[in-house]
Ligand binder design. Structure first.
Ligand code: SAM
Ligand code: SF4
Length: 327
């Protein structure tokens, strides 16, 4: 079992498989001039499999595939097929922008991969295109509805962006009330590839809840698992639920069970912290599995207690884009 230096059990891996993306969400990356890493710096499928295998042996029982956009990787399904064979792995899930997932939906279902998070920050076409800087609205909406109706456990991640999409909060709840889906509203974080920096946000989780409560006063709080990052609610008469994720306010560090491995193999023990090891260098060098295990244990054993503490440990905290960290 992986237990950190603050006695938190780590059983959840967020594995970024690429830093590339076919969209350009303006809160995540700049429109151009992005320094994508060279292909040979990205972990190969075999390396991703090896690292996952070691981590599952060490106690990871949930892996979320993220990126960049995971489905820009042509060999993604090979990785997913391999992961489904790991006995200790109880849950494999994917975070996606849903623009490229269409051709893979049948196989995902056949593999038993049920949990899909779809990032969608608008229900209005113009808002969507302004934020993503691409015209994938119809494809994304079509795939989202297909995933829901085919029985996947879908959560929609909606980042509330001041001046950009707050007018879509109520409409997305109205549209989704007919479906068994969870809409999670996230606070914006300053990980956007350096295109914008900020120290305060207008739309924190309290402001988002106040806005929703103003329109739908009849809602109730739901029970959530201890390690959940979202506070969850249901509006009377809605099939859907909604959640609030205080990603900028960081109220959930005390129960954080996550480890992140980036597409280049960096181990990140806190979203706000610096990389604690590079596993690519270890798997490519003359090292043993034991060396890999020890590097992971060392990283987990030096984990900051909170995101605020991690942030103080290095000066380049907000230089990165989420596309390299994986969210
Ligand atoms: N491309 C996939 C997607 O968009 O779902 C997976 C990668 S994306 C980087 C993972 C998550 O990070 C998404 O839910 C996205 O909304 C979130 N994210 C990206 N930039 C963010 C930011 N500046 N603040 C908060 N969340 C962010
Ligand atoms: Fe791409 Fe996801 Fe970042 Fe949007 S949030 S640019 S879809 S990686």
């Amino acid at each position: 079992m992986l237990i950190d230096n603050h006695n938190r059990t780590i059983n959840y891996l967020r594995l970024a498989v690429t830093d590339r993306c076919n969209l350009r969400c303006n809160y995540c990356m700049p429109s151009e001039g992005i320094n994508f890493v060279k292909n040979d710096k990205l972990l190969t499928i075999e390396e991703l499999e090896k690292i996952s295998e070691i981590l599952v042996e060490q106690g990871i029982d949930k892996i979320r595939i993220t990126g960049g956009e995971p489905f820009v990787r042509k060999d993604l399904m090979a990785l997913l097929r391999h992961l489904t064979k790991f006995e200790g792995l109880k849950d494999i899930s994917v975070t996606t922008n849903a623009s490229l997932i269409g051709p893979h939906i049948d196989e995902l279902k056949a593999l038993g991969i049920k949990n899909i998070n779809v990032s969608l920050d608008a229900i209005n076409r113009e808002t969507f295109e302004r934020i993503t800087r691409r015209d994938q609205y119809d494809t994304v909406h079509g795939n989202l509805i297909r995933l829901i109706t085919e029985g996947f456990n879908v959560r929609v991640n909606f980042i509330v962006l001041d001046g950009q999409n707050e007018q879509d909060i109520i409409p997305i709840l109205e549209v989704m009330k007919h479906y068994p889906v969870s809409i999670r509203f996230l606070e914006e974080m300053p990980f956007n590839g350096g295109s914008k920096s900020f120290q305060h946000i207008k739309w924190d989780y309290k402001a988002i809840l106040a806005h929703i409560a103003n329109h739908f006063p009849d809602y109730r709080k739901l029970e959530s698992p201890k390690t959940s990052t979202s506070i969850n609610y249901q509006i009377e008469g809605h099939k859907s639920t909604f959640g609030l994720i205080p990603s900028f306010s960081r109220t959930f560090c005390g129960s954080c069970n996550r480890l992140r491995v980036t597409a280049t193999g960096d181990v990140i023990t806190c979203l706000y912290g610096k990389p604690m090891a590079n596993l690519r260098e270890i798997v490519r060098g003359q090292n043993t599995e034991e060396d890999l295990k020890q590097a992971i244990l060392k990283a987990v054993g030096a984990r900051a207690k909170t995101g605020f503490e991690a942030q103080q440990e290095h000066s380049k905290v907000f230089d990165s884009s989420m596309t390299s960290i994986g969210g």
